[in-house]
Design a protein around this ligand. Structure first.
Ligand code: NAD
Length: 484
């Protein structure tokens, strides 16, 4: 094994765990690169104790001092870009350029955290003569962040810099499929000066997550992952009276009008469905082809055929994911859909044991097929035909999910109509991956997100803080009034 077994990070130290371990794979060649512990509840107890010890001093440190750690951390992310990106590629599979973009996005998220003193300055108003109301934000306390496999570096940095800069102490539970990047993040934060115990990392799976949801000293839980697990975590955390924000899966519809710019639409849609091997919650999954868009589909076939697995397309995360994705394609074919570009059975020379699925385009899919409704999470785009924009919106609106939607058109009126009527939290016009960038916040609708607030940007501030409302009167001339 290239790396020694992964350790938990508690109170500023890496510690071994007595527990069953799972193998960690490099999806590009199927080799075992490390092992990860399935931490029991007692590890969460240890992490909570460390966080509780650190909390009084960290939460009492002025925010302008707290963010100094993140200025240094951002510089360290940039300085260590190559090493961090290589680690993401190794454990997740995405190609190096994608891994670098992920780490640079972590730096952008950290930049936002550095601006929190400016953004969260309190509010004050003289509400009647001599009487002032003021609002201050306080950290929630001990918080947890549970993350998925698809962005081992970035999704941890969705929650971590904001939550910690706002004065909370955190327990991070990374995906057991990609545990290595998180520990590197801990090393960099220590180097940046984060006090011991403010961040703790406990590796594991279901049992570890359940211990987080149940622990009485954990005040808030953020989760990013599949809708199935988001529901479990949301229900369990809130039934234990914690605040919870749980982001789930996605099925993103791109509506393509005949007047769309052919080159922009075709290249952007293919990039959106195939980037990170389709393992992005913002990936294009369904193209709603409105009217005659044959010229655009023709160019999409051209661009899809230019994608070379092993070069500009990474593997999917596991053998099981590859089999699942290929079975969706086969089922659609059996039901009468037309495969325009077929990525099944892809083998990359020299990486025969890698979990590759080639980029796939499937036309004439019907809205009631499983492939049109369920999240595939692979480089697969289905095309559903619609005669007008209302029919396209009806299909989009009937999805259980609601992460992202986009429209490709040159008509401002159509763009406005779609952005107003799409049932999704993040909508785009002529954008394949409509990710809001800071200070705008990230979060979907429907079964793509449970809870109030968003996971990044301004929308996350309420989640990571509690507000204190103060009313004060110091001068006698305020006299006696209804507030006395
Ligand atoms: P997942 O739900 O399988 O795992 C996410 C986390 O939950 C992991 O840390 C895992 O250990 C834990 N977990 C798994 N099963 C559990 C169980 N039964 N009980 C408690 N905890 C459990 O998700 P994944 O496969 O790692 O990630 C892919 C999914 O994440 C996709 O559905 C994707 O759309 C979604 N995702 C969503 C967003 C978003 O912003 N909405 C962002 C990234 C990924």
């Amino acid at each position: 094994m290239k790396y020694k077994p992964v350790q938990n990070y508690i109170n500023g130290e890496f510690v071994s765990v007595e527990a069953n371990h799972l193998d960690v794979y490099n999806p590009a060649d199927g080799s075992v690169i490390s092992q990860v512990p399935l931490s029991p509840k007692s590890e969460i107890d240890r992490a909570v104790e460390a966080a509780k010890k650190a909390f009084p001093e960290w939460s009492a440190t002025p925010i302008k001092e707290r963010v100094q750690v993140f200025y240094k951390y951002k510089a360290l992310l940039e300085k260590n870009l190559d090493e961090l990106a290589a680690l993401v590629t190794e454990e997740n599979g995405k190609v190096l350029s994608e891994a670098k973009a992920e780490v640079l996005k972590s730096a952008e998220l950290t930049e936002f955290a550095c601006s929190l003193p400016q953004i969260t300055a309190g509010e004050i108003l003289e509400v009647s003569k001599g009487v002032e109301c003021r609002i201050d934000k306080y950290p929630v306390g001990i918080v947890a962040s549970i993350t998925p496999f698809n962005f081992p570096n970035m999704v941890a940095n969705w929650s971590l810099p904001n939550a910690i800069a706002l004065g909370n102490c955190m327990i991070l539970k990374p995906s057991e499929l990609v545990p290595l990047s998180a520990n590197k993040i801990a090393e960099l934060l220590k180097e940046a000066g984060l006090p011991d115990g403010v961040l703790n990392i406990v590796h594991g799976g279901q049992e570890t997550v359940e211990a987080i949801c149940d622990h009485p000293a954990i005040d808030a839980v953020s989760f990013v992952g599949s809708t199935r697990v988001a529901k479990i975590v949301y229900r369990r955390s809130t039934s234990n009276l914690k605040r919870c924000l749980a982001l789930g899966g996605a099925k993103n519809h791109l509506i393509v009008m005949p007047d769309a710019d052919t080159e922009m639409a075709s290249s952007n849609i293919v990039a959106s469905m195939s980037g990170c091997a389709g393992q992005r919650c913002m990936a294009a999954s369904v193209m709603m082809a409105v009217g005659d868009v044959e010229h655009i589909i023709k160019r999409m076939i051209h661009y899809t055929k230019q994608i070379v697995p092993g070069e500009n397309l990474g593997p999917v995360i596991s053998k099981e994911a590859k089999a699942r994705i290929e079975s969706y394609i086969s089922e659609a074919e059996e039901l009468g859909a037309k495969i325009l570009v077929d990525g099944r059975g892809t083998v990359v020379k020299g990486k025969e044991n890698g979990y590759y699925v080639g980029a796939t385009l499937i036309d004439y899919v019907k809205p009631n097929m499983r492939i049109a409704q369920e999240e595939i999470f692979g480089p697969v785009l289905v095309i559903i035909r619609a005669s007008d924009v209302d029919e396209a919106l009806k299909v989009e609106n009937s999805s259980n999910y609601g992460n992202a939607a986009s429209v490709f058109t040159e008509s401002g009126g159509v763009a406005r109509y779609v952005t107003e009527h799409a049932s999704a939290g993040m909508v785009g016009v002529n954008v394949g991956v409509p990710v809001p960038r800071e200070p705008f916040s990230f979060g979907g609708w429907n079964e793509s997100k449970f809870g109030v607030g968003d996971i990044t940007g301004r929308g996350s501030i309420e989640f990571w803080t509690k507000s204190k409302k103060m009313t004060t009167k110091w001068n006698r001339e305020a006299g006696v009034n209804w507030m006395s």
